[in-house]
Design a protein around this ligand. Structure first.
Ligand code: ATP
Ligand code: MG
Length: 622
């Protein structure tokens, strides 16, 4: 039972209420029914007994004296008179007694003070002549002349006794009784009570079964809802199973509520997943609770792998991100934003990291970090800076070159003029030749410099990048050593709008640089092309296995005159960069010190072909 009903459970209350509601009226009506039936039975007995007595009175047409006179016994002794009256009346008594089985009837004579008949005679005939006791109610009936019914212990035992006084000529001459043993009545009442009890028991049993069924149904509905609510705590997508009636209305409302919560939460999740900033949150214990998609992309971590893990396990405790996080989570001090260099895999990124305390109802519940990837921004800034620097240098160089070219022409002219006066074999001839040679060299550099400072405007035509590359590779073969192997890795490309001569110059510069870098050791140059559909750009990559570029030089590579070579001008990359910029593209370098360098040339796909006209471009490519 304890298992079936828990204390205080709704199921128990429902069960008790139904039992109470069914059993009480059944018991009350059962009680009333038995009482009424008992009364009705007694009433019926009474009227039956009184009926028998009246019937017997009918048979006594005259009175006792008339009967005695007819028998000639008016002066006989008491005993004789009793016997005579008995002879006359016993016949009627037995008729009535037979008509009412179980009933005893008889005449009593007041004068003779004796029982005259008592039927059925074969049963009670021996009582004839007996005088009733002084306190017998029969005396009261005769004294008052009123019919009465008595229940009590009389001659035959516990009986109901109906007594009808016999009045003749205004005088009570005796009485007639009619009785029945109460045990008969009690048996009948007991039998009837038994039936009522059976009905009550059946009713209560039915109520019990119904109560059990209803309680079980409500109990199971309620516990289903309870279980559903418990599951909802962890899984908002769970729907409570449908129920009937008001419980059904409750489950419908709960389902609606959870759907609304899901929508609200999903909305927040969408926001979190859509923003470009990386968001990382931790709880009070320092365990990671959120790592949104942007944070995954920035850090290279996967949310499912790190959720619930301690922060210091996810981000190295030596790293700057950890320091920013731990400052905020330990002291509550927010960090408005600090730019750091963050390495994930081969990549080094510029990250802007800010942190603050995560509050819920003004109570701290953890820490939130926001990460912004500034790498691309910094790269673009560097490009702009580089272009600005080149443009300024170009202007300056062009001015200087112009100023120097004229004096150099004079120097060359006068040197040749002086040579005319010298004798062949004069050693000064050699000096003059050196002067002319060096002036020529200086002039070439001036030419280059002027080309850089005032670049010819590109003449755009559709070009096939692969073809241009192949032609350049033929040229480059003249300069590179035999120890260098060239590997080609071409991918299908859309046509590119470019000035083919200028493009070849760019490729040549890169190939010569790569070859020069590996002049002593030899190595591999890998030339590859690729198409980047999402950027609508093609990319040409020249990759070598030379010594690479020291990090401190990387920023200056594209500056004019930056060279590490004895005979280099340092203009190769500066001019290449400028040409690519004029094509709307960009050059990027990756260096692996000791292992090689990679140059990427990005060019936009397609574009419009010039119909013979040259594009007006500002020198410097801006
Ligand atoms: N593939 C490479 N590997 C290593 N260092 C390189 C590579 N390409 C360029 N460099 C470095 O960049 C510098 C600048 O190159 P740039 O082509 O502008 O001038 P240069 O090659 O020195 O002279 P020039 O091109 O006039 O012969 C080089 O001196 C070299 O130090
Ligand atoms: Mg060069």
């Amino acid at each position: 039972m304890r298992k079936l009903f828990r204390r205080g459970s709704l199921k128990l209350y429902v069960f008790l209420a139904i039992i109470f509601a069914t059993a009480t009226p059944i018991l009350i009506s059962g009680y009333i029914m038995t009482k009424q039936a008992e009364n009705a039975l007694l009433e019926e007995k009474k009227s039956k007994l009184m009926g028998a007595a009246r019937m017997l009175e009918q048979y006594l047409a005259a009175d006792y004296d008339t009967i005695l006179r007819e028998q000639g016994l008016e002066h006989a002794g008491r005993e004789e008179q009793i016997r005579g009256l008995n002879r006359a009346l016993a016949e009627y008594t037995d008729v009535v007694a037979r008509a009412n089985p179980g009933v005893g009837v008889g005449y009593y004579s007041k004068d003779l003070d004796a029982i005259l008949t008592y039927g059925p005679s074969e049963q009670y005939g021996n009582t004839v002549g007996i005088r009733i006791a002084d306190d017998h109610p029969g005396r009261k009936a005769m004294a008052t002349g009123m019919a009465m019914i008595e229940v009590g212990l009389l001659v035959r035992g516990p009986i109901m006794n109906a007594m009808l006084p016999v009045t003749r000529k205004g005088e009570v001459i005796g009485y007639i009784w009619s009785n029945e043993l109460l045990t008969d009545i009690q048996q009948q009442i007991a039998a009837m009570e038994r039936k009522v009890y059976q009905a009550v028991t059946a009713g209560i049993a039915l109520g019990l079964v119904m109560a059990l069924l209803m309680a079980a149904k409500i109990g199971s509905d309620v516990s289903r809802i309870k279980r559903g609510l418990q599951r909802l705590r962890h899984d908002l997508y769970h729907q409570l199973p449908p129920s009937f009636g008001e419980l059904g209305e409750i489950t419908d409302e709960v389902n609606l509520l959870s759907q609304k919560l899901v929508t609200a939460r999903t909305h927040n999740e969408y926001i979190l997943e859509s923003i470009s900033g990386g968001v990382v949150t931790t709880d009070k214990e320092g365990r990671v609770t959120t790592l949104n998609r942007a944070a995954e992309q920035i850090t290279g971590l996967v949310a499912v792998d790190v959720l619930d893990h301690p922060f210091e396990e996810v981000f190295s405790s030596e790293g700057e991100i950890y320091q920013i996080w731990s400052t905020t989570s330990n002291s509550g001090q927010p960090c408005p934003g600090r730019e750091i260099l963050y390495s994930s895999g081969d990549n080094t990124m510029h990250l802007l990291v800010s942190s603050s305390v995560l509050l819920k109802n003004k109570e701290p519940i953890g820490t939130i970090l926001v990460l912004r990837d500034l790498t691309e921004m910094r790269r673009l800034e560097e490009q702009v800076r580089r272009a600005d620097r080149l443009a300024a240098l170009g202007e300056l160089a062009a001015g200087v070159a112009h100023e120097i070219r004229n004096p150099l022409t004079s120097v060359q002219g006068y040197a040749q003029f002086l040579g005319e006066d010298l004798q062949p074999g004069d050693p000064r001839q050699d000096y003059l030749a050196t002067i002319v040679q060096e002036v020529n060299r200086a002039n070439r550099i001036m030419e280059e410099l002027l080309r850089f400072a005032r670049p010819t405007t590109p003449y755009f035509r559709y070009v096939n990048l692969e073809e241009e590359l192949e032609q350049t590779l033929v040229l480059a073969r003249q300069v590179h050593s035999k120890h260098i192997q060239i590997i080609r890795d071409y991918h299908p490309l859309p046509p590119v709008m470019a000035d083919s001569e200028q493009l070849k110059q760019v490729f040549l510069n890169l190939l010569i640089n790569a070859a020069q870098a590996m002049a002593d050791s030899g190595g591999i140059i890998r030339v590859s092309t690729d198409y980047l559909p999402e950027k609508r750009m093609v990319v040409l990559t020249v990759d070598d296995t030379g010594p690479g570029i020291p990090p401190e030089y990387v920023d200056r590579l594209f500056d004019p005159f930056f060279t590490t070579k004895e005979k280099g001008t340092g203009l190769g990359l500066a001019i290449a960069h400028q040409i690519v910029r004029l094509h709307g593209g960009n050059i990027e370098v990756e260096s692996r010190p000791g292992r090689g360098a990679t140059f990427h040339v990005y060019l936009p796909e397609g574009g419009e072909e010039d119909d013979g006209r040259r594009k007006e471009e500002h020198p410097g490519g801006r």
